[in-house]
Design a protein around this ligand. Structure first.
Ligand code: DMJ
Length: 394
């Protein structure tokens, strides 16, 4: 299968195309995937392809502020923001660093690293943060945060926090500003976003909008227990591990309390006990499941670091439910519209590439007891689950 895929990359993966692509998605999926495959196989074809796509993505950084645009035409070498705004998403511009930094290290061409390091240095100094928590948008002209006052660990901010820690680990734990920003942000989460639900008193991460707390949590936030555990494993505060343990329980309950045993895209937690109500409430617009990886990803980290088999059991339950409700008899899996209807979850006929890239890969790693199957002291996973080497392994 690998040889078949290699042949496809060699003959059919051509980037000289007049097409707009999203900088972030192409970096984490294509560039990250190629770099990782290069390391795991040692085959220089993948590095050549990584160089090619890396160079073609670089025009995105030609902006007045050097905060990259969201979209690049990889054939024409032009870049632009979305049609309706000159803003970029904070998580997008701050979650391309692991890949571009590694590309510089491998090629000896520092321009890739310089471009992404500059973004991090700039964001480090920006005002508009709230105890280390960042807004969701940043303007490519002014370089300032926009839509101030809204803070989430979910969509549009999530992997900013993940990549602070992971870049610090990738670079050999020397880049203090990254660590400072990460530690401050986790304090910000504790101070502003943590609450407990009723009746089970589950600790969850809500959102803050102009001083008002909302008990809304995206499934995307479930990357956080894994990231906290990775930080604790790398010598950061032991209470991060405690928080990881409570949060992964919450993420598991986002599956277990639902009719199909699969989490919806977004949940709202009950802050007050009401007869007959569970902790988790689901709004009709949020009841789809896109086969997302975050909970399984965190289960993998928790199992690796604690050896507690309950994490494998929870992952196994989730896999059974993916098989029951999302598996397509003729092959593959699909997103579904309704996690609350076991008799008709309404298949969508769409399987995101992160289901193979992340969800199934983390399942595979979760069920293995071989700690050398991607040793976490030697590799760091990018946000699309592609392992990249730590520059100075522990
Ligand atoms: C993936 O592309 C990445 O994990 C990203 O950081 C968040 N969204 C999807 C998976 O849910």
């Amino acid at each position: 299968e690998f040889e078949e895929a290699r042949k496809w990359v060699a003959n059919d993966l051509v980037f000289d195309k007049n097409v707009d692509v999203n900088l972030f998605e192409s970096t984490i999926r294509i560039l990250g995937g190629l770099l990782s495959t290069y390391h795991l196989s040692g085959d220089s074809l993948f590095l050549e392809k990584a160089k090619d796509i890396g160079n073609r993505l670089m025009p995105a950084f030609k902006t007045p502020s050097k905060i990259p645009y969201s979209d690049v035409n990889i054939g024409r070498g032009t870049a632009h923001p979305p049609r309706w705004t000159s803003d970029s998403t904070v998580a997008e511009v701050t979650s391309i660093q692991l890949e571009f930094r590694e590309l510089s290290r491998l090629t000896g061409d520092e321009k890739f690293q310089k471009a992404v390091d500059e973004v991090m240095k700039h964001v480090h100094t920006l005002s508009g943060k709230n105890d280390g928590l960042v807004p969701m948008f940043i303007n490519t002209n002014s370089g300032q945060f926009t839509h101030l006052g809204v803070y989430t660990l979910g969509a549009r901010a999530d992997s900013y926090y993940e990549y602070l820690l992971k870049q610090w680990i990738q670079g050999g734990k020397k880049e203090n500003e990254l660590l400072e920003d990460y530690m401050r942000a986790i304090e910000g989460v504790k101070k502003h976003l943590l609450q407990r639900s009723e009746p089970k008193k589950l600790t969850f991460v809500g959102e803050l909008a102009h001083g008002h707390f909302s008990a809304k949590m995206d499934h995307l936030v479930c990357f956080l227990p894994g990231t906290l555990a990775l930080g604790a494993h790398n010598g950061l505060a032991a209470d991060h591990m405690k928080l990881a343990e409570t949060l992964i329980e919450t993420c598991y309950q986002m599956y277990a309390q639902v009719e199909t045993g699969l989490s919806p895209e977004i949940v709202h937690f009950n802050l007050h006990a009401q007869k007959g109500h569970k902790d988790v409430e689901i709004k009709p617009a949020d009841r789809h499941n896109l086969l997302r990886p975050e909970t399984v990803e965190s289960l993998f980290y928790m199992y690796r670091f604690t050896g507690d088999k309950k994490y494998q059991d929870w992952g196994w339950e989730i896999l059974q439910n993916f098989n029951r409700y999302t598996r397509v008899p003729t092959g593959g899996y699909t997103s579904i519209n309704n996690v609350q209807n076991p008799s008709n979850p309404e298949p969508r006929d769409k399987m995101e590439s992160f289901f193979l890239g992340e969800t199934l890969k983390y399942m595979f790693l979760l069920f293995s007891d071989d700690i050398d199957l991607i040793n976490l002291d030697k590799y760091i996973f990018n946000t699309e689950a592609h392992p990249l080497p730590i520059w100075v392994p522990a």
